[in-house]
Design a protein around this ligand. Structure first.
Ligand code: FES
Length: 170
């Protein structure tokens, strides 16, 4: 942890007085200076508390509303800390279609019911895992298993746009 030094007293010879000269104000020819003493503090070396980068997510709904526009739900996540599946469930954003609601594997990567389509921000996600490479081998690059997809890498930030429950999944 970084530290700074406050209020330690040191002696220093007066630059204006010859050696051995004493004054009533300064009887020993030295005067105290205040210097910082070591005090621990939280934060980086510049003293500014560090904040973790965030990823914004937009989830496009599967069907348009009465005005013809698709509903969009938004969420935020600390970069690199959560799986897409958990972000969606935590924010009560629907991930599974009818079959997946009752038959999903709970995030084990074996049912394929948590597929989402990444519309934008692919570079903010982890690479496809071995499970995905097997399961999505002949599928479009934009498809991901939400239970295998880590949102962010702890350092990046930006926006990811996700199509949830696309037409092909219903
Ligand atoms: S929840 Fe089963 S593969 Fe993702």
């Amino acid at each position: 942890m970084a530290s700074i030094n406050i209020f330690s007293t040191i002696s220093h010879p007066s630059p204006e007085l010859p050696a051995g000269v004493r004054t009533s104000r300064n009887p020993i020819g030295c005067y105290p200076l205040r210097r910082p003493r070591s005090v621990p503090f939280a934060g980086n070396s510049s003293g500014i508390p560090s904040e973790k980068p965030e990823i914004e997510l937009e989830f496009i709904g599967p069907t348009p509303g009465s005005d013809g526009s698709y509903p969009v739900e938004k969420a935020k996540a600390i970069s690199g800390e959560k799986l897409m599946r958990n972000i969606m469930l935590d924010n009560k954003i629907e991930l599974y279609a009818t079959y997946g609601k009752v038959m999903n594997c709970g995030g084990g990567g074996s049912c394929g019911t948590c597929i989402v389509e990444i519309v934008d921000g692919t570079d903010l996600l982890n690479e496809r895992t071995d499970t995905e490479l097997r399961y999505l081998k002949k599928k479009p690059e934009s498809w991901r298993l939400a239970c295998q997809t880590i949102v962010g890498n702890k350092e990046n930030s930006g926006k990811v746009v996700v199509q949830r429950i696309p037409q092909w999944k219903k």
